[in-house]
Design a protein around this ligand. Structure first.
Ligand SMILES: NC(=O)c1ccc[n+]([C@@H]2O[C@H](COP(=O)([O-])OP(=O)(O)OC[C@H]3O[C@@H](n4cnc5c(N)ncnc54)[C@H](OP(=O)(O)O)[C@@H]3O)[C@@H](O)[C@H]2O)c1
Length: 268
């Protein structure tokens, strides 16, 4: 299909490699991963049989048409820029690094800024992305197919929207994990076994999400359907509303959005 260089073979780099190869979109021999940590290079070679692994960025970039940039944001400025890197289609997933930051550090013009989330590790991610004007329509089509392999993807034309989506789906898994953790604690607190509590909470959360996805009803209608007058759910929901859980989530996403905007400005 096309050759891809993955720069940064950490958690998210490996997630991308696994997703595109499992989907059959790219084969291992079309991928080169550049990773600075020697032990991690050994792990990548064992985990992904047939992939090329290198510690030298130019070796990965020179033989590839696309660069998937998955280093930590603080490592962006230490990348080798210019030359072949500048000439490639570059997909950056660096949180808080704007297209302008990536262009300044790499020299690239054809840039996709994408924001995946951690459920991408199990193929259930949500990735928002945007692109510079010089990214062609056929490249955009390819990018959407690549990102689809990690779950769902959404293209947005405005880069500012990426900061908003970061606050919802980027940080969102952490909010859901907090709720899962608290529900397990609560279940144990009323006397249920921890392993049973974990199973029932995880299945309740994923089942509710699946049900909401398959239903065309608003979540408020689905909530009403399980809330009998004077019943157990009504008693629980009354406490959640009294403790302002809804307002806390609204404020949390607002705070995360503001922080995403601040991080984007800190480089400029
Ligand atoms: N985790 C998420 O859910 C998520 C979601 C959206 C976006 N992101 C973004 O994804 C990026 C990667 O996150 P991660 O969790 O995968 O990080 P990670 O596990 O730390 O992986 C990054 C890897 O790249 C290596 N590296 C650093 N500089 C390099 C260079 N110049 N060339 C080659 N390799 C280099 C790092 O080595 P060292 O350890 O020595 O630095 C590390 O092994 C971050 O920018 C993050 O903002 C993550």
């Amino acid at each position: 299909m096309t050759r891809i260089a993955v720069i940064g073979g950490g958690t998210m780099g490996a997630t991308f490699i696994r997703a595109v190869t499992n989907a059959g979109l790219i084969s291992m021999d079309e991928l080169t991963v550049c990773e600075v940590v020697p032990q991690r290079r050994d792990w990548l070679e064992c985990e992904f049989a047939g992939i090329s692994v290198t510690g030298v960025q130019a070796e990965a970039v020179d033989c590839s048409e696309i660069i998937y940039l998955s280093v930590k944001p603080q490592d962006l400025r230490s990348l080798n820029s210019g030359g072949e890197t500048a000439a490639r289609l570059l997909i950056s997933i660096l949180a808080g690094s704007t297209i302008a930051d990536v262009r300044a550090s790499t020299g690239a013009e054809r840039i996709v800024r994408a924001m995946p989330n951690t459920p991408a590790q199990v193929g259930k991610g949500f990735t928002a992305w945007t692109a510079t004007d010089s990214v062609t329509n056929s490249e955009r089509e390819l990018v959407s197919r690549l990102l689809d392999t990690m779950g769902e993807q959404l293209y947005v034309s405005d880069e500012a929207t990426i900061d908003k989506i970061t606050a919802v789906s980027g940080s969102g898994p952490a909010y859901v994990f907090l709720i899962i953790e608290a529900m397990i604690n609560a279940a144990v607190n009323i006397g249920l076994r921890p392993d049973d509590a974990r199973r029932m909470v995880l299945q309740t959360v994923s089942g509710s999400s699946e049900f909401a996805q398959q239903s065309d009803q608003h979540p408020a209608v689905l909530r009403d359907m399980v809330t009998s007058p004077g019943g157990t759910t009504a008693a629980g929901l009354r406490v959640l509303e009294q403790r302002a859980v809804r307002a806390a989530l609204i404020d949390a996403i607002d705070a995360a959005h503001q922080r995403a905007e601040e991080l984007g400005r800190q480089w400029t």
